[in-house]
Design a binder for this molecule. Structure first.
Ligand code: SAH
Length: 253
């Protein structure tokens, strides 16, 4: 670990410093030489270094110019292409790597949602994605309907992606130590999204309104919308948002 590097809070830098955990992450992703790997936020390359010997092509996007210099000067990393930039501005199709890629990242927690929505935008160009997220966020993403954790993000993400909890991680394995526990999770794509692209805009608004006051009945929160014939017969609008399954939410639009 290059301790001369000043940690940049604004870029959510919490580096992984536990050899066993790094190995466990690589075992979980189980890369093969056929895989194109896209890493988000390689930092000093702790994960990159362990993935490279097992992976095929590899590209990593890092926002911090000082880290890019460090990575480019690290001989054992020279099979990986480093791109200086913001992951949220990248199109996977334009990166120097064949797609679909497998995505992985120990990402900054303050941009977890934007990165997940970026993955949804880039759906055609990846196969699976492994992300480190705050434990509470993982709990929301994998929540079943009818639970307290089931929320707007569960529904918005769940209609496109399936999410699997790989394992939880305590704060101690990071430098500097974050205040929260973490979870390593895997995203795969649903064969067919539950909401077609042309209905996304209405879906977004309906879900947002439904969860704006989760203790209220849909009848009240969805007052301003018009629904197709049959919708209000099939779904009882005296229900609260967290009781609707993903499929029921999708059937509203
Ligand atoms: N993967 C490394 C570092 C994790 S810290 C490790 O596990 O040790 C998160 C990394 O993401 C930092 O290197 C940070 O500079 C980088 N980063 C933050 N915002 C980013 C963005 N928008 N696009 C790409 N990288 C980003």
């Amino acid at each position: 670990m290059n301790t001369s590097h000043p940690f940049r809070k604004k870029w959510g830098q919490n580096f992984l410093a536990d050899q066993n955990l790094l190995d466990k992450i690589v075992r979980t992703i189980a890369p093969t030489e056929k895989d194109s790997i896209l890493e988000i936020g390689p930092g000093e390359g702790a994960l990159t270094e362990r993935m490279l010997p097992k992976a095929g092509d590899m590209v990593a996007v890092e926002i911090d110019p000082m880290l890019i210099d460090h990575l480019n000067n690290h001989l054992i990393l020279n099979r990986c292409t480093f791109i200086h930039g913001d992951i949220l501005n990248q199109d996977i199709d334009n990166l120097p790597i064949k797609n679909p890629v497998r995505v992985m990242g120990n990402i900054p927690y303050n941009i977890t949602s934007p990165i997940i929505f970026w993955l949804i935008e880039q759906l055609d160009f990846w196969d699976d994605a492994f992300l480190m997220v705050q434990k509470e966020v993982a709990e929301r993403l994998i929540a079943n309907s009818g639970t307290k954790q089931y929320s707007r993000i569960t529904v918005m993400v769940g209609v496109y992606l399936d999410i699997e909890l790989c394992f939880n991680i305590p704060p101690e394995v990071f430098i500097p130590r974050p205040k929260v526990s973490s979870s390593f999770i895997r995203f795969t794509k649903k064969n067919t999204p539950l909401v077609p692209d042309d209905k996304y805009e209405k879906f977004y608004k309906v879900v947002k309104a439904a969860f704006s006051q989760r203790r209220k009945m849909l009848r009240n929160t969805l007052k301003g919308f018009t629904f197709n014939d049959g919708v209000e017969e099939n779904i009882n609008f005296s229900r609260r948002p967290e009781t609707l399954t993903l499929e029921e939410f999708a059937s509203l639009v």
